[in-house]
Design a protein around this ligand. Structure first.
Ligand SMILES: Cc1ncc(COP(=O)(O)O)c(C=O)c1O
Length: 372
């Protein structure tokens, strides 16, 4: 079994530590720990290890599901990883008495966060269904053509990283129907969902074939909690939990303690504050994109996928120049299969964003002046 190197993580590792400004983070800026009570009591495992049943019931309620249809994980990363293992690493599927989710083939809508294609590729086979630029629309017919009798899961990320495209409810319901007609699941990574002003119903609420994965990382600004979950049919949760005993055993106790507060009475305030920051920064970034004659799809969330300015060979050339001359990290679209684009993350504090954009603007001007 082979796993592809995670290009974006390696790029961050190379540049993030030394650079002044990070314009490549895909989530909203982090909240300060001082906003929360930080004393969970004794530092044992979370017991039961799939998460506190009452808290799971409260989370499950958001999906119209029961407590045992939710498992808490260390972030969305583990939620996706365990779900893929549970679905694809057993030829019998998650429930041998059912046909649903049988097989080791996955259909993955791309471009997307690399883990959503690389992990299923490691355990099974993947057919990619590309979103078409410049609007990054999903053609349901392309999904229909890609599913096979051994497709266990169709994978989508909505809102999408890196394009910021938010597929509408009709498209998601059609994708769900395609998966369901094929006895497969639709897995939607919804880690950016609550940054939308008007979020769609989560996929796990659509029926027996829907799985949602998410966390408090991107919309709440709480990446350091490493707290997320899978919501979906019981057999999917059970199959994922069989593997979780071998990965992290339980979610983080601190994560669960703070997550309970963030999803409680503080939630509205956190999300309102974060969406306001996202709106303000989106406008500033849109104005910058226009002023530099670049193109993007106005995104939902705090990630945009922008065309590489003229004067640079490709996204790698552009992003390497920006980090070395301006100490600002952007993410080359090359890492998402689109070398003519770069991903900009604008969820950081507004003054840092403005400083970062001004620096990147200077790099573009200098290059063009040098070539004039
Ligand atoms: C689509 C998507 N899923 C999952 C993750 C990982 O998030 P978490 O911190 O919840 O593990 C990311 C991070 O960038 C992401 O973009």
């Amino acid at each position: 079994m082979q796993i592809a190197e995670f290009g974006l993580e390696r790029w961050f590792d190379e540049h993030e530590h030394d650079a002044d400004l990070m314009l490549a983070e895909s989530g909203i800026r982090s909240l300060d720990a001082s906003r929360f009570d930080l004393d969970p009591g004794r530092l044992g495992y979370v017991i039961p290890t799939d998460g506190d049943p009452e808290f799971r019931a409260a989370v499950a309620d958001r999906y119209g599901r029961d407590a045992d249809e939710v498992a808490f994980t260390c972030g969305t990363q583990e939620a996706n990883f365990l779900t893929f293992l549970g679905l694809l690493a057993s030829a019998d599927g998650p429930d041998p008495d059912r046909d649903r989710g049988r097989g080791s083939h996955a259909v993955v809508v791309t471009p997307t966060y690399q883990a959503l294609s690389a992990v299923p590729e490691a355990f099974g086979e993947v057919t990619r269904v590309p979103l078409e630029p410049p609007r990054w629309t999903l053609a349901p017919d392309a999904l229909r053509e890609a599913v096979r009798p051994d497709t266990a899961v169709v994978v989508i990320n909505n809102p999408n990283n890196p394009t910021g495209r938010y597929h509408g409810e009709a498209t998601i319901r059609e994708a769900y129907a395609i998966a369901a007609d094929n006895d497969a699941y639709l897995l939607c990574d919804e880690v950016y969902r609550l940054l939308a002003d008007d979020p769609l119903p989560p996929v796990a609420s659509l029926g027996d074939h829907g799985i949602s994965t998410t966390s408090l990382t991107k919309a709440y600004g709480l990446a350091g909690l490493r707290f997320g979950w899978i919501a979906g049919p019981r057999e999917v949760i059970e199959a994922a939990l069989r593997w979780k005993d071998y990965t992290t055993i339980s979610p983080s106790l601190f994560g669960q303690h703070v997550a309970r507060q963030a999803l409680g009475r503080r939630e509205d305030r956190i999300l309102t504050e974060n969406r306001r920051l996202a709106r303000t920064n989106r406008e500033i970034t849109a104005e910058w994109v226009d002023r530099h004659d670049l193109d993007w799809l106005p995104p939902v969330g705090v990630n945009g996928f922008v065309t590489v300015p003229e004067g640079f060979a490709d996204a790698m050339d552009f992003c390497r120049t920006v980090v070395s001359e301006a100490s600002v990290v952007l993410a080359p679209g090359t890492l998402f299969g689109h070398p003519d684009r770069f991903r900009i993350g604008f969820g950081l504090p507004t003054e840092d964003l403005e400083e970062g954009l001004a620096r990147v603007g200077r790099v573009i001007r200098d290059r063009n002046a040098g070539q004039a």
